[in-house]
Design a binder for this molecule. Sequence first.
Ligand SMILES: Nc1ncnc2c1ncn2[C@@H]1O[C@H](COP(=O)(O)OP(=O)(O)OP(=O)(O)O)[C@@H](O)[C@H]1O
Ligand SMILES: [Mg+2]
Length: 333
Amino acid sequence: MGIEERIMRSLDGVVVPGVGRGIGAMGLVRGVEVDGGRAKVLLASTGLIPGARNWIADRVREALEPLEGVEGVEVEYRAFKAKELNRVGCIIAVMSGKGGVGKSLVSGLLAIALRRRGHEVGILDADITGPSIPRMFGAYLPPGGDEGGILPVVSGSGIEIISINLMLEAEDVAVMWRGPLIANTIKQFGEDVLWGNLDYLIVDLPPGTADVPLTLMQSFPVTGAVVVFTPQSLVEMIVRKSVNMVAEMGKRLLGVVENMSYLYVPEIDKKIEIFGPSRAEEIAREAGAPLLVRIPIDPKLAALCDGGRIEEYDGELLDLLGDGVLRELSFEV
Ligand SMILES: Nc1ncnc2c1ncn2[C@@H]1O[C@H](COP(=O)(O)OP(=O)(O)OP(=O)(O)O)[C@@H](O)[C@H]1O
Ligand SMILES: [Mg+2]
């Protein structure tokens, strides 16, 4: 292995304070050069307060000095924009024409399923009415960073999380703005976040098909969307609106999810369709996308969400959701 490759390997072990991911994975290592035994490392200063910069520079020296062939280490910082450093594979938007149907739940479960398959995953919680995602993951710390970039909070299992709501709260900004203003702010926030290298970024969209979801779908290079609905009257019309919007934006519909589909009663081993018979299959057929999963009403799941412990959830629906989305993405045309 060449010296530069050994240096890169050692740099992987240096983590960004507060984020807990390596400086390589966060996209901060911009160059390594060895000249007559002197190793020069160029790092991006994006999102790093001066204390963090010094701390990382010390760790880099400690990691490289013992290497054979290295006689001195020089660390240089340079400013980069977060979006110049980010390498995000697929962006998946989770949406619904209606509020309260479980978009945030599905976003969280999808992120967990992909993470358990060994992928690097982030969630952009674009809902301004409440920090649903941080609440589910018990990740209430305000995001770190500086004017150069915002650092995500990382969940117990290593999912990067940014909640627009927590940032607005931190900045004490009123959320009663008009749609386009909110959408532009979210777009700006999204671009200023240092995600680093991610395989999948899940965007938990606010409800509806109005300004905010529209601008978000337009301004982020969204790969595909997942539409969530519950069994109720007018569901076809509500789903059709979302499906049409996805098509109009030229995005792919990766699948649909029916939430609160039924209640399973173990004592009688029966599934009770509380909101009436499911039309999920029919709706999926009409939407021209697979029905990824029917999620039951599950008091245990609700308790885990409320307690910030959604990552402890285990169930076959995680496999159905994760594998279903991955299968659709591999059909990329
Ligand atoms: N299948 C389910 N079983 C039990 N509780 C659920 C289920 N789905 C959602 N919930 C609960 O219902 C509430 C609403 O879910 P969630 O926040 O995911 O909806 P949403 O569509 O994101 O809402 P909003 O439009 O406000 O963003 C949450 O408290 C969640 O824990
Ligand atoms: Mg939500």
